[in-house]
Design a protein around this ligand. Structure first.
Ligand SMILES: C[S@@+](CC[C@H](N)C(=O)[O-])C[C@H]1O[C@@H](n2cnc3c(N)ncnc32)[C@H](O)[C@@H]1O
Ligand code: SF4
Length: 397
């Protein structure tokens, strides 16, 4: 079978100017980065995937990190051009770049647009200077506002990230901050609850009680306030943490959540690829920037051996991703991944119980979790999945 479908293309740039104390992404601080060597490596890694996936069409490109806005615009332009040489693209190709709002990076926005970027996602994180300091950011609110202004002038679509449920934050101050965000918004906002990740400076500071996180009830109130305020402002949630006006959704991320294929290139990047044998594979590139570069130099790829996904794994992943979206999860897609009827892997009685609780709804076509259900997503998944062998689920195949 020849796979001809669309796919996304993700590039991970693993460097930042400094490490934020809450962040556990695969990022490193480096004085000097050999620009040419990295460009050559990204191109070579693309050639490796193009050989395995010659007939695909690119629907989106995403530069994430780390801080890919530290890359020279010329490098970004050359990576996009190389991808376009290897694969045809859809007419409305979405090319997103994650950017930090420091002045140096915002000054490069026009050059990024010339290089082919048509969407930026800016890490604003907070709209008050005290909290920006607490979060260890390199910018202040003035710089963030300026970066948003420059983004608005240079890109047809842009988004920015805010982190909420911060220590000491009140519901009222978050509501005011959200109102400011709506004024600045270009149609898309990513709003994340602060999470304390293991082995980050915040993890140790929190364990030493140097700050306190909001209690569970207050955190839930923050979440509900966010859902209500964004809906009223015309930016409803289309995924747990992502809010957008019509046509402003991130197409690249929608493809992840709809369980489409994507290539992940760069240290620590993951991918999901259906190859010519019809099997879907999980791909994972080496975490370490130095080893990744070495592997690409020596073997043409920084990827570990691909892992074939069983039908049960495909079903579970598709379910987990799809339930995050407010459009819900389409049963046809789920059954295609699992090669089985959905009732063979999901406990319908339990689905009915959750429906009666008012946390989700389902019909012949799809399951949709509402805001209450999304708050409980991590508990709902294991609750509704049948154990292997239960309810007629086939063994992993
Ligand atoms: C890859 S990171 C950021 C990209 C860019 N370097 C920046 O900081 O602006 C993507 C987003 O994840 C969010 N994030 C990272 N760690 C988080 C945490 N522990 N809790 C909540 N949000 C987090 C931040 O909003 C961040 O902008
Ligand atoms: S939040 Fe962004 S800038 Fe800060 S360490 Fe993480 S990736 Fe780097």
């Amino acid at each position: 079978m020849i796979e001809t479908g669309q796919m996304g293309l993700y590039f991970h740039w693993p460097f930042c100017l400094s490490k934020c104390p809450y962040c556990d992404f695969n990022t490193h601080i480096r004085e000097n980065v050999d620009r040419q060597r990295w460009l050559d490596a990204y191109k070579c890694a693309m050639d490796f995937y193009a050989e395995k996936l010659p007939h695909r069409i690119i629907s989106s490109i995403f530069f994430g990190g780390g801080t890919p806005s530290l890359m020279p615009p010329q490098t970004i332009g050359e990576i996009i051009a190389h991808a376009q040489k290897l694969w045809p693209q859809v007419n409305d190709l979405e090319v997103t770049l994650e950017a930090n709002p420091t002045s140096v990076e915002a000054e490069k926005f026009a050059a990024f647009a010339d290089a082919g970027v048509n969407r930026v996602s800016i890490g604003v994180q907070a709209l008050n200077d005290n909290d920006l300091k607490f979060l260890g950011r390199q910018h202040d609110v003035k710089a963030a506002r300026r970066a948003i202004d420059i983004a608005c002038k240079n890109f047809p679509r842009y988004s920015f990230d805010l982190i909420y449920a911060r220590p000491g934050q009140t519901l009222e101050s978050w509501k005011n901050e959200l109102d400011e965000a709506f004024d600045l918004s270009g149609g898309h906002l990513s709003l994340y609850q602060l999470t304390i990740e293991r082995n980050t400076p915040f993890y140790f500071a929190h364990a030493q009680k140097r700050f306190a996180m909001p209690e569970e009830d207050l955190a839930a109130d923050f979440y509900h306030l966010t859902q209500e305020a964004t809906s009223k402002a015309g930016l409803p949630a289309y995924e747990v943490s992502n809010h957008a006006a019509e046509d402003h959704q991130s197409r690249h991320n929608m493809n992840y959540w709809r369980y489409g294929d994507y290539i992940g290139i760069g240290p620590g990047a993951h991918g999901r690829l259906t190859l010519e044998d019809g099997v879907k594979y999980a791909t994972r590139e080496h975490q370490s920037p130095d080893i990744w570069l070495e592997w690409v130099g020596e073997k043409g790829s920084g990827a570990h051996p691909f892992t074939p996904l069983s039908r049960a794994e495909r079903f579970n992943e598709c379910l987990m991703m799809g339930l995050r979206m407010s459009e819900g999860l389409n049963f046809v897609r789920l059954e295609e991944q699992g090669a089985c009827r959905w009732q063979e892997r999901i406990n319908e009685e339990r689905l009915k119980t959750l429906q009666a609780e008012g946390w989700l709804s389902y019909d012949d076509e799809r399951i949709i979790l509402n805001a209450e259900g999304l708050l409980r997503l991590n508990a709902i998944l294991p609750y509704i999945l049948l154990e292997a062998g239960e309810g007629g689920a086939k063994s992993a195949a």
